[in-house]
Design a protein around this ligand. Structure first.
Ligand SMILES: Cc1cc2nc3c(=O)[nH]c(=O)nc-3n(C[C@H](O)[C@H](O)[C@H](O)COP(=O)(O)O)c2cc1C
Length: 355
C-alpha cells in the first residue's frame, strides 16, 4: 500500500485540505516553524506556536510573524497558527491575544504567499467570541480548543468551524475542568455538529482509530511531535527527559491560563507548593517567571530546575519518530485497526442483535 495515499478522509480533511486527520497542535511559548512545516509536508496540519508574551507585545508579534514567514518558506501546504485567548480577572481579552490575531490577519492581507498557506487559526484558553466574525471575514478556518462540553457548544454556537476537545491528560496548558478525553470526546461529538478533533494522549494509529470511534474527525498532538527528529528547535536534554519519563512522572500544576501539565521536578514542585523554590509571589511576575522557565527548559535543556511541559503520553513514548514517515504511517495504522477490528470480532447484524 502506498504511504502517500490518504487512507482516511473525512469532512475535516476536506475542509482543511490536508491528506491525513492529524495535527501538530500549538506548542507555545516555543519556536515551531520547522516542525509545523514538516508536519504539513507529511500530509498533516502543522501549527506555528505563539512565542510567549514579552513585555513589548509588538516585538512578540514581530517574532511570531517571522516564525510564520519561516514556515511558509518551508511548505507549500496548509498550516495553522495557535493563539491562546488570555483574559483578565474582569473577563477582558489580554492585549497579546488581540495583537497576535490582528498580526496574523495583516500578514495574510499583505502577503499572498502567506495567505495561500496559513489558512487555519486555532484559538485556545479563553472564549474567542469577539474574534469569530473577524476570522471568518478574513476567509480563515477557525478551530477552538475546549475542555468541557458546555464550552464546545458555546464555541460552535458562536460560529467556530472546528472544535478541539482537550482532555486533562494533555501536555502543557490543560483544561481547568480536568475532564479526560475518554469522557469528554464522545460528549462533545454528540453535542456539536461541527468537526471535532481529540487532543490529549494520542500517539499512534490506535489513538486515531479510537478518536474516530468516539465520533471525532481526527487527533491533534503535542508530545508525540516534540519527540521527533524534525524538532530541531528543542534542546536534546528536553527531548530525552520526555523519552525517559515513566508513568506517574508528570503532574498538573498552576500554569499560565489555568492548569499546566509537565514533568515532576524542582520547578513544578515550587508551583505546587508555593513555599518552596524561587517562584515569585506577585501574579504578574509569576507568569513571566513561568514563561521564562518554560523557554529555559527548551533552549538550555535544564530539565531539573525549569518547567518541562509534556503530556501524560510521554510515559508511553520511547523513540523519536521521523515526521515525514510517521504521519502517513499513523493514518495507515488507524485504517488497519478499524479494518482488522471488524474482521477479528463477530459483530451481529443489527436485526439479529436486537432479536
Ligand atoms: C510543550 C507544550 C506546549 C504547549 N503549548 C500550547 C500553547 O501554546 N497553546 C495551546 O493551545 N496548547 C498548548 N499545548 C497543548 C497542545 O497544543 C496539545 O493540545 C497537547 O499537547 C495535546 O496533548 P498531548 O501532548 O498528549 O498530545 C502545549 C503542549 C505542550 C506539550
Amino acid at each position: 500500500m502506498s504511504n502517500t495515499a490518504a487512507p482516511i478522509s473525512n469532512r475535516w480533511t476536506r475542509l482543511v485540505g490536508v491528506q491525513h486527520p492529524i495535527v501538530q497542535e500549538g506548542l507555545g511559548p516555543f519556536r515551531t516553524p520547522r516542525l509545523a512545516a514538516a508536519v504539513s509536508n507529511a500530509g498533516g496540519l502543522g501549527t506555528v506556536s505563539m512565542p510567549g508574551m514579552p513585555e513589548d507585545i509588538e516585538s512578540g508579534a514581530r517574532t511570531f510573524r517571522e516564525h510564520i514567514e519561516e514556515c511558509a518558506s518551508l511548505t507549500e501546504r496548509p498550516f495553522a497558527v495557535n493563539i491562546p485567548v488570555g483574559v483578565d480577572a474582569a473577563g477582558k481579552v489580554l492585549p497579546f491575544t488581540d495583537s497576535y490575531i490582528r498580526m496574523v490577519l495583516e500578514a495574510r492581507r499583505s502577503d499572498s504567499e502567506i495567505a495561500r498557506r496559513l489558512t487555519v487559526i486555532t484559538t485556545s484558553a479563553g472564549f474567542p467570541g469577539e474574534y469569530v466574525a473577524m476570522i471568518k471575514d478574513a476567509g480563515m478556518i477557525h478551530q477552538h480548543k475546549v475542555g468541557t462540553t458546555r464550552q464546545a457548544i458555546k464555541a460552535a454556537e458562536a460560529g467556530v468551524d472546528v472544535v478541539l476537545a482537550a482532555g486533562f491528560e494533555m501536555g502543557g496548558h490543560a483544561p481547568a475542568a480536568k475532564v479526560h478525553t475518554y469522557v469528554l470526546v464522545p460528549s462533545v461529538t454528540e453535542a456539536v455538529d461541527v468537526p471535532v478533533l481529540l487532543t490529549g494522549g494520542a500517539r499512534d494509529g490506535r489513538g486515531l482509530a479510537a478518536a474516530l470511534a468516539m465520533g471525532a474527525d481526527g487527533v491533534a498532538m503535542g508530545t508525540r511531535f516534540i519527540t521527533s527528529t524534525a524538532n530541531s528547535d528543542w534542546h536534546p536534554a528536553y527531548i530525552q527527559a520526555l523519552l525517559d519519563a515513566k508513568e506517574g512522572d508528570d503532574v498538573a500544576f498552576d500554569g499560565v491560563y489555568g492548569p499546566c501539565r509537565g514533568l515532576r521536578n524542582a520547578a513544578s514542585e515550587a508551583l505546587l507548593d508555593h513555599t518552596s523554590g524561587d517562584a515569585p509571589m506577585d501574579p504578574v511576575a509569576l507568569v513571566r517567571w513561568k514563561i521564562e522557565s518554560m523557554q529555559r527548559a527548551q533552549t538550555t535543556g535544564d530539565t531539573a530546575n525549569s518547567i518541562v511541559m509534556t503530556g501524560q503520553v510521554a510515559s508511553a513514548i520511547n523513540d523519536l519518530v521521523d515526521v515525514a514517515e510517521f504521519v502517513p504511517r499513523m493514518a495507515h495504522e488507524a485504517a488497519d485497526v478499524l479494518r482488522n477490528l471488524v474482521s477479528s470480532i463477530t459483530v451481529a447484524e443489527p436485526a439479529l442483535a436486537r432479536a
